[in-house]
Design a protein around this ligand. Structure first.
Ligand code: G1P
Ligand code: ZN
Length: 543
């Protein structure tokens, strides 16, 4: 089979963001776009010769074509083996698991996570390092640099590899090992959780629903929740992965997964419900009549993880992204655990997990995970919840009430202003940064500013530093507002405002979060001037 070297030129903007390179699908489909970026990955990691990689994606439009291109490029660059999920599918956590378990040289994940798919939707390519985690800044920087110097890429001229079913194929001298996407992942879950206890809970009448949102977790959830754990057939809905996710927006939050929330707030609600996103790393947890915020979920999982066999050992520590609520900090303080606050993005957890400093990690953006892989893991969070419910035999609502009574409640919400003018948004953040020194002591409505900082993080393991990771304003009494711009969007800019207020009074733990947070919302707007500067009086998405 012939290997061709194509002349090419750098393409602007091939800079990985919060999670890999994300662009409109049609941008990725432009001539040389994908090829340039993939060659830049290989170039940045010292070539592909003799190496083994994992490859898979969330099944969105162009996943199949991109997988074939990447296989032919890997072969042309001398890779020894690529382990690929059948149909080109792998959930992000399953890919992370395979990268680790098979001691590979990394992996390429095709996904734009929860962003809509399809020809007019988004596509993404992410490189994960041999620890199974998203490439850290040093590596993504090297990939970006390589994309700016590229002059050629190598590709093999060959027919498509048959990825339909497991088995070994060859592409020139390279082996293509097609694996069932679910098998290894299910085994890992069986090691971590008490499947017998969950099965007994379900046999005793516990009911659940899982919404796969027509994305990659459908086959995983069916195999695990229905086949292995005995949930009734049909408990997993929207289980078939579709290239356009059925036209939906596969983000498991109360806005995008509205039907599931409505079900759980109505008379027909099962005991438990959950959803996952496009590539299977996010999760949403609901009980009958109750939505568990991701920040609260991290806190509850930290307080109860010991009930699952895989976490019966002591937790070594916990980590949350800085904008995530400080609910978990309260559990960590009570249990004597180290608690780290990192910048937004899972890549910052990798070093803490590798160094054995953290066992559980989480982000307010519906991401929770542990040291079992190096990505957040939607179905893992669902199974840990189920294991806890099986051990405690209490309702989700009961568990939340007890948790708040013991640790206090961190009312929390995120307000997103989407598609705002990028210049205006950047200007707003810059001006905020410039006036941080003047804020402490000033009063905004009912709240007085305690501290104001431009969040920077020094990695405690390798000393690397990430600056300008968000503006954090804390108020007296445990309230906080955080401002940052999204690093995953593909249209204009998205301003995220993260709002939090601690409540410990036993008779005030039951308010609507938006009501409880109203003074913080008002103070945040007064400080940043969102309405005045961005022309927006209300957020587009409230989670
Ligand atoms: C968003 C979330 C962040 C998450 C990332 C990838 O990034 O806020 O927590 O790690 O998606 O799933 P952002 O768009 O805010 O940069
Ligand atoms: Zn995702």
């Amino acid at each position: 089979m012939q290997i061709t070297t194509h002349a090419t030129q750098p393409i602007d903007g091939q800079k990985p963001g919060t999670s890999g390179l994300r662009k409109k699908t049609r941008v990725f489909m432009e001539p040389h776009y994908l090829e340039n970026f993939v060659q830049s990955i290989f170039d940045a990691i010292g070539g592909a010769a003799g190496k083994t990689f994992v490859l898979g994606g969330d099944g969105r439009y162009f996943n199949d074509r991109a997988a074939q291109v990447i296989l032919r490029m890997a072969a042309a660059n001398g890779a020894a083996r690529v382990i690929v999920g059948a149909g080109g599918l792998l959930s992000t956590p399953a890919a992370s698991n395979l990268i680790r378990k098979r001691s590979t040289d990394g992996g390429i994940i095709l996904s734009a996570s929860h962003n809509p798919g399809g020809h007019d939707g988004d596509f993404g390519v992410k490189f994960n390092t041999p620890n199974g985690g998203p490439a850290p800044e040093g590596v993504t920087g090297a990939i970006h640099a390589a994309s700016g110097r590229i002059s050629q890429y190598r590709i093999m001229e060959a027919q498509d590899v048959d990825l339909a079913s497991p088995g070994e194929r060859t592409l020139g001298a390279m082996t293509v090992e097609v694996v069932d996407p679910v098998t290894d992942y299910r085994r890992l879950m069986e090691e971590l959780f008490d499947f017998d206890a969950i099965r007994r809970l379900i046999t005793d009448g516990f009911t659940l629903r899982f919404d796969a949102m027509h994305a990659v977790t459908g086959p995983y959830a069916k195999a695990i929740l229905e086949d292995a754990l005995g949930a009734a057939a049909g408990s997993v809905v929207n289980a078939r992965p579709l290239p356009d996710f059925g036209g939906g927006h596969p983000d498991p939050n109360p806005v995008r997964a509205r039907p599931l929330v409505d079900l759980m707030m109505g008379p027909e609600a099962p005991d438990f419900a959950a959803a996952s996103d496009g590539d299977g790393d996010r999760n949403m947890i609901l009980g009958r009549g109750v939505y568990v915020t991701p920040s609260d979920s991290l806190a509850v999982l930290t307080a109860n993880a010991h009930l699952a066999p895989g976490y019966a050992r002591d937790l070594v520590g916990v980590a949350r992204s800085m904008p995530t609520s400080r609910a978990v900090d309260r559990v960590a303080a009570a249990r004597g655990l180290n608690c780290y606050a990192t910048p937004t993005g899972w890549k910052f957890f990798g070093n803490l997990l590798d160094a054995g400093r953290a066992t559980l990690c989480g982000e307010e953006s519906a991401g929770t995970g542990s040291d079992h892989v190096r990505e957040k893991d939607g179905l893992w969070a669902v199974l840990l919840w189920l294991n806890i419910l099986a051990a405690r035999r209490e309702s989700v609502e009961g568990i939340m009430r007890r948790h708040w009574a013991e640790f206090g409640r961190n009312y929390y919400s995120r307000h997103d202003f989407e598609g705002v003018d990028a210049g205006a948004a950047t200007g707003m953040i810059d001006d905020l940064r410039a006036c941080l020194d003047e804020l402490p002591g000033r009063r905004f409505g009912a709240l007085t500013v305690e501290t104001a900082e431009d969040f920077a993080y020094t990695d405690p393991v390798d000393g690397s530093r990430a600056a300008h990771q968000g503006i954090v304003i804390t108020f007296d009494g445990g309230a906080r507002a955080v401002f940052r711009l999204s690093g995953t969007g593909t249209d204009g800019a998205t301003l995220r405002v993260y709002l939090e207020r601690l409540e410990t009074a036993p008779d005030a733990l039951d308010h609507d979060p938006q009501d409880a947070l109203a003074p913080v919302v008002a103070a945040a707007d007064a400080i940043a001037g969102i309405a005045a500067r961005l022309g927006r009086t209300r957020p587009d998405v409230v989670t």
